[in-house]
Design a protein. Structure first.
Length: 203
C-alpha cells in the first residue's frame, strides 16, 4: 500500500490556500505525515484484531512511503523520511532525498508512533477548515490512475509502431501477425528476416 506524501501536502495546501480565510499555518505541510501516521495506526489495529489472527499464517502488507522529495522549500527536505521511521514500513527515496538524509537527516527511532493526540489534532483542524482528506485521497488516486494509464497507452503505441515499421501486422485485440519471410531462423526479428529474404531473391 503506497502513500505519495508530497502530493498529499501539495493538494491539501492548495485547498487551504484557496479556501476563504483558510490560511492557518499550523497545518500547512502537515497533512501528509498526519495522514500517514493515522494509516499506520489503522493498519496496526487491523493486524492486532481477532479477524486478522483468524487468518492464521497471513502476512501483513507493509506500508510504503513514496514521493518523499519535499517540494515546499520552506520545509525540511528530510521530513518525509525522519518523521516516518517505524517497523513494517518501507521508504522509497530519490537520490537527492537519500543524499539529504545521509548529509543532515536526524534519524530518531519509531517516529511513526508520535502521540496520537497530535496526529488527530492536525486531522481535526484540517476538517474544521473544510479540507476533506478522503476527497484529497480520491483526487490523488484518480490523477495517479490517469497518469499510469497515459504511460501505458504511450508504451503500447511505441511497441505497436515498432512492430508495424518492422513489417508485422497488429490486430485490434493486440495479436501480431509476423512480417513476411519464411527463411528467417527461429527467433530472428521480423524486419531482419524480411530483408534477408529479399536479398536471397535478388541473388
Amino acid at each position: 500500500m503506497s502513500f505519495f506524501l508530497s502530493r498529499v501536502d501539495i493538494e491539501a495546501d492548495r485547498r487551504l490556500a484557496e479556501g476563504a480565510g483558510n490560511s492557518d499555518e499550523r497545518v500547512r505541510g502537515q497533512a501528509a505525515i498526519a495522514n500517514a501516521r493515522h494509516a499506520d495506526g489503522a493498519c496496526e489495529d487491523n493486524v492486532a484484531s481477532a479477524r486478522w489472527h483468524a487468518l492464521g499464517v497471513a502476512r501483513p502488507q507493509r506500508l510504503l512511503w513514496a514521493s518523499t522529495g519535499v517540494k515546499d522549500k520552506a520545509l525540511d527536505d528530510t521530513r518525509y523520511v525522519v518523521e516516518l521511521v517505524g517497523p513494517e514500513t518501507v521508504n522509497t527515496m530519490a537520490q537527492p532525498t537519500l543524499r539529504a538524509v545521509a548529509d543532515h537527516g536526524r534519524i530518531r527511532p519509531d517516529t511513526i508512533h508520535a502521540p496520537a493526540s497530535a496526529t488527530e489534532a492536525v486531522l481535526d483542524e484540517l476538517e474544521r477548515l473544510n479540507i476533506d482528506m478522503a476527497d484529497v485521497a480520491a483526487t490523488l488516486r484518480a490523477k495517479a490512475a490517469a497518469s499510469f494509464e497515459a504511460s501505458w497507452d504511450e508504451l503500447i503505441a511505441s511497441i505497436t509502431g515498432q512492430l508495424e515499421r518492422a513489417g508485422a501486422g497488429v490486430m485490434p485485440a493486440g495479436a501480431v501477425s509476423p512480417a513476411s519471410g519464411q527463411n528467417a531462423p527461429k527467433g530472428a526479428p521480423a524486419a531482419a528476416a524480411s530483408e534477408r529474404s529479399g536479398n536471397s531473391a535478388r541473388t
